[in-house]
Design a protein around this ligand. Structure first.
Ligand SMILES: *Cc1c(COP(=O)(O)O)cnc(C)c1O
Length: 291
């Protein structure tokens, strides 16, 4: 949402950016305090793609509703992981975006949910498809694929979460045994499949490459900014100093992972962190890991 907001600013819109706490949580009362007479739109992501923190969307939706302001949430990370209920807890969400490939659907298709009577500009002009909102022949194969994928993801949500969480928790406990590391994001209010750590005295990109050589796929910042050497703006926003943010690693689990994968990561990761630290002239083990 940052780039679209920056674009809107070039068109003369005023945008207020809210801070987050050290877990990455937006405070609903800060949302309320930031509302002005001319506020026309509020957007808060449902769950963060880097640190996994789940935002208080129902609470923020309540505030938006009270003030009569359309409320959008980026729910790309939550489909198949957090149950949505557009009639109950999420009833004040007016617009919700999702992307098919994040829940095992085809790439190149997503959707914008619009609650009845939510007015938006047409996104593309020309043909009358999709009630003129998005002109052009529909991507039928993509749409069908998205539909099937969301059906499967929703039907298997609880089973999927239970399995993923079990692996995630074992991975978490094992990684926190490594000295001088911390978990980023909220300890409980987080996606079932996401872990994000900072390892002090380590450069995340080197860790990522060494893990890759051993067959472990991980990420430092967000996937969209891979190749950028700047520390992630998300990690900066939760208050990590640049040198700590630089030493961050994101591990996410999916259907294809197994308990053996967890064993393997718990064998390789501590060893790799140790190797990299042995190369660092600054590393002296001091603090126990912070939970
Ligand atoms: C992946 C992702 C997007 C982008 O979706 P694409 O369809 O891959 O472009 C947007 N928001 C969040 C939170 C994401 O995780």
């Amino acid at each position: 949402m940052l780039y679209p907001c920056e674009y809107l600013e070039t068109k003369g819109f005023n945008v207020t950016y809210l801070p987050v706490d050290r877990y990455g949580l937006v405070d609903p009362s800060e949302v309320e305090a930031a509302i002005r007479k001319d506020t026309i739109f509020i957007s808060v992501m449902y769950a963060n793609n880097e640190i996994g923190t789940i935002e208080p969307i129902p609470e923020i939706g309540e505030i938006a509703k009270e003030h009569g302001i359309p409320f959008h949430t980026d729910a790309v990370q939550v489909i198949g992981k957090i149950p949505l209920d557009m009639k109950q807890k999420d009833r004040n969400v007016d617009m919700l975006s999702l992307s098919s490939h994040k829940f095992y659907g085809p790439k190149g298709i997503g959707a914008l949910y619009l609650r009845e009577r939510t007015e938006i500009e047409n996104y593309m002009h020309g043909g009358g498809q999709e009630r003129k909102k998005r002109a052009g022949t529909e991507n039928v194969a993509g749409i069908v694929g998205l539909g099937k994928a969301i059906e499967l993801a929703t039907a298997n949500l609880e089973k999927h979460n239970e399995r993923t969480k079990k692996m995630r928790d074992r991975l978490l406990a094992g990684i926190l045994e490594i000295p001088d590391c911390r978990l980023n994001g909220h300890p409980e209010k987080r996606l079932p499949d996401n872990l994000n750590f900072s390892f002090e005295y380590i450069e995340g990109e080197s860790l990522l490459l060494m893990l890759d050589q051993r067959g472990i796929c991980s990420s430092t910042g967000s996937a969209c900014s891979s190749g950028s050497l700047e520390p992630s703006h998300v990690l900066r926003a939760i208050g990590l100093p640049p040198e700590i943010a630089q030493g961050s690693l994101r591990l996410t689990l999916g259907d294809e992972n197994s308990e053996e994968d967890i064993d393997y990561v718990l064998e390789v990761l501590p060893e790799t962190v140790g190797k990299l630290r042995a190369m660092s002239p600054f590393y002296k083990p001091t603090t126990a890991c912070e939970k």
